[in-house]
Design a protein around this ligand. Sequence first.
Ligand SMILES: [Zn+2]
Length: 241
Amino acid sequence: MIIVLLGPGAGKGTQADKLASRLGIPKIATGDVLRSAVRDGTRRGLEAKSYMDRGDLVPDSVILGILQDVMTSPATKKGAILDGAVRTVPQAEGLGVMLAEIGKKIDKVLLFDVDDDELVKRLSTRTVCEGCQTPYMGREPGSDCEKCGGKLVRRKDDEPEAVRNRLAVYRRQTEPVIDWYRDHDVEVLEIDADAPVDKVTARALKALGKMGRGKVEAGSGKREAAGGKRGKDRAKRGSGK
Ligand SMILES: [Zn+2]
């Protein structure tokens, strides 16, 4: 089973880990496989490194090559949870083509849906240690790190305005991705992620479990069933036109 995760960041990696262990398939985080390909000096890793050394973004084609290496390895024989592989429509298309080349396809897309205000609130209580980069929740900037005694700071990325900008970019890029998957008959399960970690995992597993029982037709109300908030937001936006 190949599952693609979508969502604006906060907590998605944790959910990927939890789902991976519950479903018995590995989590493949694009950033991780890119770093290890570079470290191992694989052909595609070296190619990626040449871009990174120049300060350029690694092109999608190179990333897809690295993902293809991973997706043809024995570790992913039973499937994988792909985190960070798809943010834009071209990436969704590229991933689909790459998987088709190796005789695989995406089974489901899990969309972790969070309320913008909630996310801003959550991230603004996050601090990280200047020294060892350990993240903390609910600790004031300026307090001491328990691990190394370094000072805790709030990352610029986590300031409310930065978070809102990031969310705006995310929505602009990702909304079309969701439509693209629906148009290509890949089921998108929306998970309300405004809840404690374990509850969100349970919701995701439940949504995935329901899926096995037969094909759900497009527009059958599956969106409501998964408890997604996005549909409502969209309805709001629609009526505001
Ligand atoms: Zn520290």
